[in-house]
Design a protein around this ligand. Structure first.
Ligand SMILES: Cc1cc2nc3c(=O)[nH]c(=O)nc-3n(C[C@H](O)[C@H](O)[C@H](O)COP(=O)(O)OP(=O)(O)OC[C@H]3O[C@@H](n4cnc5c(N)ncnc54)[C@H](O)[C@@H]3O)c2cc1C
Length: 338
């Protein structure tokens, strides 16, 4: 945890000391596009949401380069986009806390959450928007070149590799989809698969095997990633049968080896699918009444910021209806001066 985060957290904790036992109407966990959009809607509905931002204020887009698929923004730095949305959330009536939620008790209402600064809060409703983490390889150079040649999102970054040399890691459905999507931009694509065969469904495999320019290297693991200090330039792979090491030059590597929803602390309380995504109904409500979820924490398929924002909007609107129906919320209208 860095120094600035500790100072902001201490300032936040001291500023809330006198209201620590108040029951909040709504707590939102997560400050990516899902959590902040939920905050904007809930703030405007007078729910005074408290958002726990966690380790990554602004979410995953904060660390990415340019975003080119957010409506209305043709080309914007992920950092600028998310800072503007954070500002918007504050103006809409949200309180942003830099704390991370480390424990929850969802067995009775009001729900209770504990933070990494030993704060305890109670809330009538909850929106979980904690996102997911891409599964990483864990080899040398991966973190150094993350976002500078190493990516886990072709929809987001594929267009930056027009006519470049790219590698896809993973021979499952995602790997095939990634290779297929990349073929719109380049015809120099290599798939690295750790097994002696692909594991994607037959039609997905067929789609790739019919493209003669896609090369597949089987039985191999990525052992290291190297670059020039600014961007990735090559990777080292190792054949599991022969132990032979090979260096492959590349401009970009796309990891298609899965995502892990950041839902660990909720799993003993809420239903999840086999990957750990929170299960929700068509109103975005989880298996416990009053607890809603949004964004990558519920979605293993689309994983896009605008989709996360849309589900955040749904969660907030449904929280508003829920709190009104349980008589925990009533609008206050300013007196008509006339
Ligand atoms: C490299 C990369 C590039 C991408 N580029 C694009 C793109 O160009 N366009 C696009 O549409 N999508 C892109 N995406 C996908 C997009 O980032 C995600 O779909 C989106 O951010 C999901 O939003 P979210 O709010 O669900 O989660 P996230 O953005 O992941 O935010 C999760 C939030 O939860 C917080 N959190 C987690 N656990 C806790 C906790 N216990 N307590 C408190 N807070 C917690 C984190 O600090 C963070 O604020 C990209 C993804 C990556 C990895």
């Amino acid at each position: 945890m860095n120094f600035i985060r500790i100072i902001t957290t201490l300032m936040f904790v001291s500023s809330t000391l006198f209201s620590i036992n108040d029951v909040q109407k709504l707590i939102i966990i997560g400050s990516g596009p899902a959590g902040l959009t939920a905050g904007i809607y809930a703030g405007r509905a007078q729910l005074a949401p408290l958002i726990f931002e966690g380790q990554e204020p602004g979410g995953k887009l904060i660390g990415t380069s340019y975003i080119e698929n957010w409506p209305g923004e043709k080309h914007i730095l992920g950092y600028s986009l998310m800072e503007t949305i954070r500002e918007h959330a504050k103006l809409s009536g949200c309180t942003l806390s830099p704390s991370t939620v480390v424990r929850v008790d969802l067995s009775s209402q009001p729900f209770t959450v504990w933070t990494d600064f030993d704060e305890v809060y109670q809330t009538e409703s909850l929106i979980i928007a904690t996102g997911s983490h891409p599964r990483k390889i864990g080899c040398t150079g991966e973190d150094t070149y993350w976002g500078s040649g190493v990516s886990s999102c072709v929809t987001c970054d594929g267009a930056f590799y027009k006519d470049k040399k790219v590698i896809v890691v993973g021979g499952g459905d995602s790997g095939m989809e990634y290779a297929s999507a990349l073929s719109k931009y380049t015809k120099d694509i290599t798939i690295i698969q750790d097994l002696p065969m692909l594991t994607a469904s037959a039609p997905m495999q067929q789609r790739i095997l019919s493209k003669p320019y896609v090369k597949i290297i089987y039985n191999s693991l990525v052992a290291a990633m190297h670059g020039d200090g600014q961007k990735l330039t090559e990777i080292e792979i190792i054949n599991q049968e022969t132990n032979q090491k090979t260096v492959l030059e590349t401009d970009g590597i796309f990891l298609a080896i899965g995502h892990i929803p950041a839902t660990q602390i909720f799993r003993e309380h809420l239903e999840v699918d086999r990957f750990g995504h929170l299960l929700i109904n068509d109103k975005g409500q989880t298996s416990v009444k009053g607890i809603f979820a949004a964004g990558d924490a519920i979605d293993g398929h689309y994983r896009q910021a605008i989709y996360a924002a849309g589900t955040g909007c749904r969660a907030a609107m449904e929280v508003e209806s829920y709190l009104i129906s349980t008589q925990k919320h009533r609008y206050k209208f300013a007196k008509n001066p006339f």
